[in-house]
Design a protein around this ligand. Structure first.
Ligand code: HEM
Ligand code: HEM
Length: 181
């Protein structure tokens, strides 16, 4: 059984799997929301089905995030990737905590949008109609705002990972991959 005391050379395999699956699902949700959902009229008969798929993806993301938080508390993890810079240490913390908080805010405002619009039956039971527009409900504005913050955080996070891997060459990516720890 792992303890939280001794550092590991890699994250736990289940944590790694959850990290990459969250990454893929967040990518699909951001693209699906911005490039597809947003542009489809609520009168389109396919819209409710699309929102259902988008919402289920969001619930899976939430479960994976909670799993990662549980693993953070119960498994050994590598020591922070220290570059000796206080500013980078702070940036890492802000971005990692921010990714969790903003992803959770996305799920909350998504649920809030459907709840405020009374659209759960239309989306999950196929009864009733969608509202003319979700923009009439305040959580929709929050969903849009947090999606852009999430996009920014993901861009900074991916940029930092690539910088570590290819400029600093400290092999950071292998910590978030499968193998002996
Ligand atoms: C292609 C995209 C991604 C790459 C290349 C990437 C890369 C990495 C790497 C290398 C680490 C380990 C950092 C370390 O050891 O200090 C890490 C950790 C982390 N990543 Fe990503 N990541 C990606 C996508 C995402 C996304 C979309 C999220 C959003 C939730 C995310 C959230 C995190 C968090 C919070 C950590 C800290 C460890 C944890 O709590 O799980 N990553 N990432
Ligand atoms: C991390 C999870 C999620 C992400 C990344 C995400 C992302 C997005 C994005 C980027 C948009 C378009 C925003 C815009 O450009 O205006 C959107 C729209 C939407 N999302 Fe999500 N979403 C997530 C979870 C959810 C959940 C759990 C629900 C419902 C339970 C939901 C319901 C909606 C709805 C109703 C819309 C509006 C569609 C419209 O206005 O036509 N989302 N989402």
């Amino acid at each position: 059984m792992n303890t939280t005391s001794a550092p590991a050379t890699r994250y736990h395999g289940l944590w790694v799997a959850a990290h990459w699956l969250t990454g893929i699902l967040i990518g699909i949700s951001l693209y699906g929301g911005m490039a597809v959902l947003r542009h489809i009229d609520n009168l389109d008969p396919e819209k409710a089905t699309m929102i259902r798929a988008h919402a289920i993806g969001g619930f899976v993301i939430l479960v994976l995030l909670l799993l990662r938080l549980a693993m953070r508390a119960t498994t050994r993890k590598p020591p922070p990737a220290d570059t000796g810079s206080g500013a980078q240490k702070l940036a890492r913390r802000v971005v990692h905590v921010g990714l969790y908080l903003v992803a959770i805010a996305m799920v909350s405002t998504g649920v809030g949008t459907l709840a405020a619009a009374g659209a759960f039956p239309a989306v999950f039971e196929g009864t009733g109609a969608l509202p003319a527009s979700f923009w009439d409900y305040p959580p929709r504005q929050g969903h849009m705002f947090f999606s852009r913050v999430l996009l920014l955080l993901v861009a900074v996070h991916v940029g930092a990972a690539l910088w570590h891997q290819f400029v600093r060459r400290d092999g950071l990516l292998r910590r978030m991959w499968f193998g002996p720890r």
